[in-house]
Write a protein that binds this ligand. Structure first.
Ligand code: ADP
Ligand code: MG
Length: 664
C-alpha cells in the first residue's frame, strides 16, 4: 500500500468523502490518512492484524506483570481456572443427565447421579470463587497498569524533540495512543479469557466427539461464519476509527471553543456562536454519515454471518436426527446430545467473542505501541552516540562556564516549508555581552534563539558553546545554564510563587529568591496586591483562582527567567505587553547583567537595544547587518531605517498633547 504525500492534502478514502458543501476543504470532513503507515495499517486484512496479536498480548502481559506480579498471576490463574471449571461443570452436567436418563428405577438413578451432582456443585462454587478472585485482582491491577502505561506515554511526550510536534499525524497518533492506554489492561483478562474459553472448548469438544466425531465438524462449520462476521465487523469499526482521528480532534476542539473561558469573550464580541455551531453541525453531519455507513456495513456483515450460521445450525440438528434414526446414537443419550450440542455452540460463541475482544483491544494497544515506536524516533540522541565532532572527545561532558558562543553557518528548515526559517547565519557572542536580534516579524529571530537554547536542532551548521558543538555537551547541564523566556510563554495554572519557582525547579524554592526575581521583573508589588499574594492561584477556573492581564503575566514570566542565575539569558520579546514603567525597569535589570552574564534580547522597541554590545539584524532568515547601535546607524542600512521609523513616532514637540507611547 503505497500512498504518496498528495493523498494527505487532496485525497479522501473513496466512499468516505463527506457530502459536498462547497467550501468543505476542512480536513476533518475527509477520512484523512496522514501517513502511508496509517493507511497501510488500517487497510491491512484481518489476518495481517492477527499475526501481530501474539506480540501485543505478550507486551500487555509483560506490562501487567511488571506493574503487579501477584495480581497478574491471580487474574491469569483464576480466569483459566474458571474456564476449566466451566468445562468440568459441563462434563459433570452431561454425566448427571446420562445417569438420569439411564434405565432402571428412579431412586437408583438419583443415587447414581449423586457423585456427578456433587462434582457439578463443587465446580460451580469453585468457578464462582475464581470469578470473584479475578474481579478483586483486576480492581487492584487496572489502576496500576493504566498508570504505568500512561506514565510511559507522558515520559515519551515530554522528552521528544520539539520537531515531533510539527510532524504530520503526531497529534492524531497521540489521540489514538491515549485510547490505547486503556487497552493494555483490557488485553490481559481478554487474552486469559480467550485461553479459558479455549480450555472450555476442548472439554466440550471431547464431550461432543464422544457422542459422534461428525458432530464436532458440523458444529465448527456452524460457528465459523459467525466468527468471521464478528471479526470482520470489528475490523471495519477499527478502520473507521483510525480514519476519524482528525475529525474527532476537530470536534473536541470545537467543543472546547464553545465551552471554554478563554474563547468566550471573542466568541461573543465577534458573534461567533452561529459560526461555531454551524462548524459543529458540519463535522457532526459527516460523522453521522460515516457512523451510519459503518452501521450498515457492520449489520450486513453480521447478518450474512448469522444467516449462514443459522442454516448450518439447522443442519447440525438434522444431522443429529439422522444419527439418531440411524441408531448411531442411543436414544437414551438424546437429551445429553442436545445439551452437549448447545454447550458446544455456546463455547464456540464465547471463544469468538473473546477473539473479537482480543482483536479489538489488541488493535487499540497496537496504536499505543506504534505511537511509542514512532515517537522514539524523535528522542534526542544521547550525547555519547553523536560521535565526536570537535576536540575528539566522545562522551558528553558537563559544560564549562561560557566564554564564547558561536553560530556557524546555521540553517533551519521547518518541515513542509520551501524557504528556510534561518539561512546560513554565522555570528559570535562573547560572555558578558548583551546582544540583540532585530528584524521584522517572521525574520527568524525566535527560531535562531530556540536553536541557541537547544530547543531546536539546526538542519545545517553548528552552534558551539566554548568551541564545542551544543550536541556534544551534556544537554540537561547545558539547559540548566540557559534561561529562556519564550515569546509564546505558557500561563502555568499554579500559584504566583510556583509560577516563578518553575524557573529553577532543581533548587529549593526559597521565598526570598522568588521575591528578588519578582522584584527585578517589576512583579513584586503587583503580586502582593493579589488576594492571596504569592499564594494566589493563577487559574480562574478553580475556586479562589485569579487571572492576570497580559502585561502582568509577562512580568511573572520575566521573573521566572530571572530566578535562575543563568549564564545565558534569552528573552524573546519579553516586554511586548508591558507598560512603559515596567518596560523601563525590566530593561534596566537586563542592563545590570551586562559585563557579568550574557543576554540575548529580542525586541521591537529599538530604543532599548541601543545599549546592546552588538545588534544582529535578520531578514528572511539571513543575517544582513551586525554591529553596535552607532555603527549600524552610521551604516544607514535596514536597522537605521527601522530605528528612524520608530523614533519618528516619538518625535513630537512636548507642548502638543499626544497620547503616551503606544502600549497594549
Ligand atoms: N513550528 C513551525 N513550523 C513551521 N514554520 C514555522 C514554525 N515556527 C515558525 N515558523 C516559520 O518560520 C519563520 C520564522 O519564524 P520566527 O522565528 O518565529 O520569526 P520571528 O521570531 O522573527 O518573528 C516564519 O516564516 C514562520 O512562519
Ligand atoms: Mg518571534
Amino acid at each position: 500500500m503505497t500512498d504518496t504525500a498528495t493523498e494527505t492534502t487532496s485525497g479522501a478514502a473513496p466512499g468516505q468523502r463527506g457530502p459536498d458543501r462547497g467550501d468543505s476543504v476542512l480536513p476533518e470532513l475527509r477520512a484523512t490518512w496522514w501517513e502511508t503507515g496509517v493507511r497501510a495499517r488500517a487497510e491491512a486484512g484481518v489476518f495481517t492484524v492477527f499475526a501481530e496479536l501474539p506480540r501485543l498480548v505478550a507486551q500487555a502481559v509483560t506490562t501487567s506483570w511488571r506493574a503487579d506480579r501477584v495480581r497478574t498471576c491471580v487474574v491469569a490463574g483464576a480466569t483459566i481456572g474458571a474456564g476449566a471449571m466451566a468445562a468440568f461443570g459441563l462434563l459433570a452436567t452431561q454425566r448427571v443427565l446420562m445417569e438420569l436418563f439411564a434405565g432402571g428405577p428412579t431412586a437408583d438413578k438419583m443415587v447414581a447421579a449423586l457423585p456427578a451432582l456433587a462434582a457439578l456443585a463443587g465446580a460451580t462454587a469453585l468457578r464462582a470463587g475464581m470469578g470473584i478472585a479475578t474481579g478483586y485482582a483486576l480492581n487492584g491491577l487496572t489502576p496500576r497498569v493504566s498508570r504505568v502505561v500512561e506514565r510511559r506515554l507522558f515520559e515519551m511526550t515530554t522528552e521528544v524533540r520539539l520537531g515531533a510536534f510539527d510532524a504530520d499525524a503526531f497529534a492524531d497518533d497521540m489521540e489514538r495512543a491515549t485510547r490505547g492506554t486503556d487497552s493494555a489492561i483490557s488485553l490481559v483478562p481478554a487474552s486469559t479469557n480467550l485461553l479459558a474459553s479455549l480450555v472450555g472448548l476442548v472439554a466440550v469438544g471431547i464431550a461432543v466427539v464422544v457422542i459422534h466425531p461428525l458432530l464436532l465438524v458440523a458444529l465448527l462449520v456452524a460457528t465459523l461464519p459467525n466468527a468471521w462476521a464478528s471479526l470482520r465487523a470489528g475490523h471495519l469499526r477499527h478502520q473507521t476509527y483510525t480514519a476519524g482521528s482528525v475529525r474527532r480532534r476537530r470536534l473536541w476542539l470545537l467543543q472546547r471553543l464553545m465551552a471554554e473561558r478563554t474563547s468566550a469573550p471573542e466568541l461573543r464580541s465577534y458573534g461567533l456562536r452561529r459560526f461555531l455551531l454551524n462548524q459543529y453541525d458540519r463535522v457532526m453531519d459527516v460523522e453521522t454519515d460515516i457512523e451510519l455507513d459503518l452501521a450498515r456495513r457492520v449489520t450486513t456483515t453480521t447478518t450474512v454471518g448469522s444467516m449462514i450460521g443459522g442454516v448450518a445450525t439447522g443442519a447440525v440438528y438434522v444431522l443429529l436426527g439422522l444419527l439418531l434414526i440411524d441408531g448411531q446414537i442411543p436414544l437414551a443419550a438424546a437429551a445429553t446430545c442436545v445439551v452437549a450440542v448447545q454447550a458446544a455452540q455456546r463455547a464456540l460463541a464465547t471463544l469468538t467473542f473473546q477473539i473479537d475482544r482480543v482483536y479489538t483491544e489488541g488493535q487499540h494497544f497496537g496504536d499505543y505501541t506504534g505511537f511509542m515506536t514512532r515517537a522514539a524516533a524523535y528522542l534526542p540522541e544521547p550525547a555519547a552516540a553523536r560521535g565526536s565532532g570537535s576536540g575528539g572527545a566522545s562522551g558528553p561532558a558537563a559544560p564549562s562556564p561560557l566564554h564564547e558562543l558561536t553560530v556557524r553557518d546555521v540553517s533551519l528548515n521547518y518541515p513542509d516549508r520551501d524557504t528556510p526559517a534561518i539561512d546560513g547565519v554565522t555570528l559570535t557572542i562573547r560572555a558578558g555581552q548583551t546582544v540583540a536580534f532585530v528584524g521584522e516579524n517572521g525574520s527568524g529571530k525566535s527560531t535562531l534563539a530556540a536553536m541557541i537554547a537547544t530547543l531546536r536542532t539546526p538542519t545545517a551548521g553548528t552552534i558551539c558553546w566554548n568551541g564545542r558543538s551544543l550536541a556534544h555537551w551534556e544537554i540537561d547541564e547545558l539547559r540548566s545554564r540557559i534561561a529562556v523566556i519564550t515569546q509564546e510563554y505558557h500561563k502555568w495554572p499554579f500559584t504566583a510563587a510556583t509560577n516563578i519557582a518553575l524557573g529553577d525547579v532543581d533548587s529549593e524554592a526559597r521565598q526570598d529568591r522568588i521575591e528578588a526575581a519578582a522584584g527585578r521583573a517589576v512583579a513584586h508589588d503587583m503580586i502582593q496586591d493579589l488576594p492571596y499574594g504569592y499564594e494566589t492561584l493563577l487559574d480562574r477556573t478553580f475556586a479562589n483562582g485569579q487571572d492576570l492581564s497580559g502585561g502582568q503575566w509577562q512580568r511573572i514570566t520575566a521573573a521566572r527567567g530571572f530566578l535562575r542565575d543563568a549564564e545565558l539569558l534569552i528573552m524573546d520579546e519579553p516586554s511586548s505587553a508591558l507598560d512603559p514603567r515596567a518596560e523601563d525597569a525590566l530593561f534596566q535589570a537586563i542592563r545590570d547583567r551586562q559585563g557579568q552574564a550574557t543576554t540575548i534580547l529580542i525586541t521591537h522597541r529599538l530604543a532599548n537595544v541601543r545599549h546592546a554590545d552588538r545588534i544582529f539584524v535578520l531578514h528572511h532568515g539571513r543575517l544582513v547587518e551586525a554591529g553596535s547601535h552607532d555603527e549600524l546607524i552610521a551604516a544607514g542600512g535596514r536597522y537605521a531605517e527601522l530605528f528612524a521609523l520608530q523614533a519618528a513616532g516619538y518625535d513630537v514637540a512636548p507642548s502638543t498633547s499626544v497620547p503616551p507611547p503606544q502600549q497594549r
